[in-house]
Design a protein around this ligand. Sequence first.
Ligand code: PGA
Length: 254
Amino acid sequence: MPRSFLFGTNFKMNQTPAESAVFYQQLVESLQIPPDIHLFVIPPYTSLSAVKDVAGWQPHPIWVGAQNVHWAPDGAYTGEISVGMLRALDVDLVVLGHAERRRYFHETDVELNRKVLAALGAGLRVLLAVGETAEERSFGVGGETVLRQLRIGLHGVQPEQLGQMQIAYEPVWSIGAGGTAASAEDVEPIAKLIRAGCEDLFAGSGTEIPILYGGSVDPSNAATFTALPDIDGLFVGRAAWTVDGFVASFHTGY
Ligand code: PGA
């Protein structure tokens, strides 16, 4: 089965509900979306309801995602959000394991695995982010890190849940304002490793999982990543935080 092309952005800790809703509305008006692709917007939790109001509470070709979720169905976890709460908002997708969650909030691979299983079990799509730090790369163990994150993150996922899974390869050293954009030569071997890792975990069906690239993507470099055979889409931060930037990055990358 051919893999879908995916493209989307994560607002991180930016945008009020009203700003996110205007962004989504303008995006819908700015794009003709080909049937074989999926776009997504991941605003802060507080914007989810406002954006879903714009999207309509029906399946929409621009998915609305959440930036995190807790693994427990409910309980004494102050400040956390459950899969049931996301389901009640008809959220389409949740990103797990973003480098900022791993770095600033010390999320471990094992915790992320619990979150992946909880989200998939609740019927949510999951975008699991993996990526090595500059230090790991400098010691030549970038590939090992990514494979460890992948193998633990996907442990216990059932083959019939793979249609809900997507992976984002985001080298930590390439993300955000201080990041250095990766080259296609940097990305290609790791994307191949992720593809092989998925196939190793889910023989015969692992190749169905789309792999996105993220980290300092913008209209000038988007196409270099999507030209790679193992890259099926882009996960963009800063360059897609304006509607024009989102549209330009999508058009050059697709
Ligand atoms: P960036 O962020 O595109 O601003 O580097 C990417 C990300 O954090 O996913």
